[in-house]
Design a protein around this ligand. Structure first.
Ligand code: FES
Ligand code: FES
Length: 214
């Protein structure tokens, strides 16, 4: 695997309070706290922050092409909203580190990969959010999902939805990506089971399948 990118993350010094304030500023500037492969430094919520924030707000989100109203606290992350606030919940995005370290929660926001555990749901009105549930179904999988199954690119499976999302976004943006490019683009995702060789084989196979469909 290519050398992990040094994100220069301020995670050790950033409090939840400053994360909440800063996230709104970043979103307003047109960026979202995203994915280190794309140069955005992940900022992790500090678990020592304020314990409760009173009140909820209703936010309109566009998830997998559908507009949904979700009741959230201002501090609710997109990951938490997906898994715990939606009816029915979307639990494909996994909560593993919950602080921007692992990529298991990766979704696509406006066509870019993003850690949903670092996005505030209230900041995402008007954004196109795509989750693993939006890619395909067990009966009709996307090329990337199909290739991951065929090449056995999963052991425990906790990292798999995130890798599938990061690979999908990579191949949509870079249909002719070579192995080095794929490794770079999905370098914000970690697999503790070490299935990287299978993941890379699956990604290359998915690239070829998507090329044929073009
Ligand atoms: S759960 Fe979001 S990066 Fe690990
Ligand atoms: S398959 Fe277990 S963490 Fe990747």
């Amino acid at each position: 695997m290519s050398e992990p990118l040094d994100s220069g993350t301020p995670r050790d010094t950033l409090s939840r309070r400053s994360f909440l304030k800063g996230a709104g500023t970043v979103a307003a500037a047109g960026g979202v706290l995203g994915h280190p492969a794309h140069g955005e430094a992940p900022a992790a919520p500090d678990q020592d922050g304020p314990e409760t924030i009173e009140g909820t707000v209703e936010v309109e989100l566009n998830i997998n092409g559908e507009t949904v109203q979700v009741e959230v606290e201002p501090r609710t992350t997109l990951l938490s909203a997906l898994r715990h606030r939606l009816q029915p919940p979307l639990t494909g995005s996994k909560e593993v580190c919950d602080r921007g370290d692992c990529g298991a929660c990766t979704v696509s926001i406006d066509g870019k990969p993003a850690y949903s555990c670092l996005q505030l749901a209230v900041d995402l009105k008007g954004k196109e959010i795509r989750t693993i549930e939006g890619l395909g179904t067990p009966e009709r999988m996307s090329p990337v999902q199909d290739a991951f199954c065929e090449h056995d690119a999963s052991m425990c499976g906790f990292c798999t939805p995130g890798f599938v999302m990061a690979t999908t976004v990579c191949l949509e943006k870079h249909p002719d990506a070579d192995l080095d490019k794929i490794k770079h683009e999905i370098s914000g995702n970690l697999c503790r089971c070490g299935t990287y060789p299978h993941i890379f084989t699956a990604a290359l196979d998915a690239r070829d399948r998507m090329r044929e469909d073009r």
